[in-house]
Design a protein around this ligand. Structure first.
Ligand code: AQP
Length: 327
């Protein structure tokens, strides 16, 4: 069975972008692959987090994984910080990564833009991400389009390690959806939807109440025209909303365009909001049940125990090859 690994940062509430771009794929892959799905809390602290919020969001992300359909008896669900090997292998891979490679990363450029000072961890984040993936010798990594560059670096680092120290790591492949790989922000279609955007109206979270979703979609930026037409070049905002509609309703884009032909944006946005509410409401119900059940901690403990066994094997093999005295 091929192995899958992916994670999401508890740096806020998961968004519809996180769901469409990645989480939805997690739930599909668990039936055919040996899956490891983490909450990457060590990554989240690469930008400042309020401790109580970090703890709450870590639990919320794990509960949303399960509410979205990940079955913890099939897939390993755990927090990154509960498997200590991540931090250790992360350091080893930091020493194998070149400064120039990290300087080229667009996520670092975006997140550090305009800031007087940023933590060194934000810069070395891709080395830790490489370690996360290679620690389990993953074959496949389901991610949104924004993570493609980090995954390329992971592949380069795996090659580099294998060449320098002997064949050890599988070269992982990205698994990026054809449609919905980059859901854009509701207030500015030139930026991707992000959970840490300070403008709450720019994203829909997976836990937003139905009325909040309706309000956010009614206020979503469109253009001065009235044609519901998929044309990302000339109508990026409307095209983004059509993509979301297509993902939620499973209807082809052409059918959506035909449904709203000549009607303007009002009826389209109204129905889009109902589509999103219809997608998220059952997930939210399961989420509340999971949080109330008190089972989350034992699921996470068991997931981390299973993941640690696998992680320790790769860490030992790596250390031996690099010349550490492993007793
Ligand atoms: N807008 C998006 N469209 C499609 N996929 C997306 N992903 C993120 N945003 C979109 C995918 O979701 C997974 C988890 O991402 P992450 O939490 O590790 O960090 P991120 O990519 O930086 O996501 P955010 O929401 O923008 O978080 P913040 O604001 O904290 O940086 C990844 O597979 C990502 O590709």
């Amino acid at each position: 069975m091929k192995r899958v690994l992916s994670g999401m940062q508890p740096s806020g509430q998961l968004t519809l972008g996180n769901y469409i771009g990645a989480l939805k794929n997690f739930t599909e892959l668990q039936h055919t692959h040996d899956c490891y799905f983490m909450v990457v809390d060590l990554h989240a602290i690469t930008v400042p987090q309020e401790p109580a919020a970090l703890r709450e969001q870590s639990e919320a992300v794990a509960a949303l994984y399960i509410a979205a359909g990940i079955d913890p008896s099939k897939a390993n669900v755990f927090l990154q910080s509960h498997v200590r090997q991540h931090a250790e292998l992360g350091w080893l891979f930091t020493t194998l990564t070149y400064m120039g490679e990290l300087e080229r990363m667009t996520q670092f450029k975006d997140k550090s833009a305009g800031k007087d000072s940023v933590g060194a961890g934000l810069f070395t984040y891709p080395s830790l991400m490489a370690a996360d993936i290679l620690l389990y010798n993953a074959d496949l990594v389901p991610v949104g389009d924004d993570q493609k560059q980090h995954l390329e670096l992971t592949r380069d680092l795996a090659h580099r390690f294998n060449q320098r120290f002997g064949d050890t790591y599988t070269i992982p492949e990205p698994y990026i959806p054809q449609v919905g790989a980059r859901v854009m922000s509701l207030d500015d279609a030139s930026n991707k939807m992000s959970k840490s955007n300070p403008n709450q109206g720019s994203f829909i979270t997976m836990l937003d109440a139905p009325d909040v979703i309706r309000k956010k979609i009614s206020r979503a930026v469109t253009d001065s025209g009235r044609e519901v037409k998929f044309d990302p070049q000339n109508k990026p905002e409307v095209s983004n909303l059509i993509s979301i509609y297509a993902q939620c309703s499973k209807k082809p884009v052409a059918e959506i365009e035909a449904m709203y032909d000549g009607q303007g944006y009002g009826p389209f946005k109204k129905d889009l909001a109902e589509q999103v509410v219809g997608l998220l409401e059952p997930i939210q119900e399961r989420y509340r049940d999971i949080r109330a059940s008190g089972e989350l901690h034992s699921i996470l403990r068991e997931g981390a125990e299973r993941a640690s066994v696998q992680a320790e094997k790769m860490l030992r093999a790596t250390k031996e090859k690099m010349g550490f005295l492993v007793l």
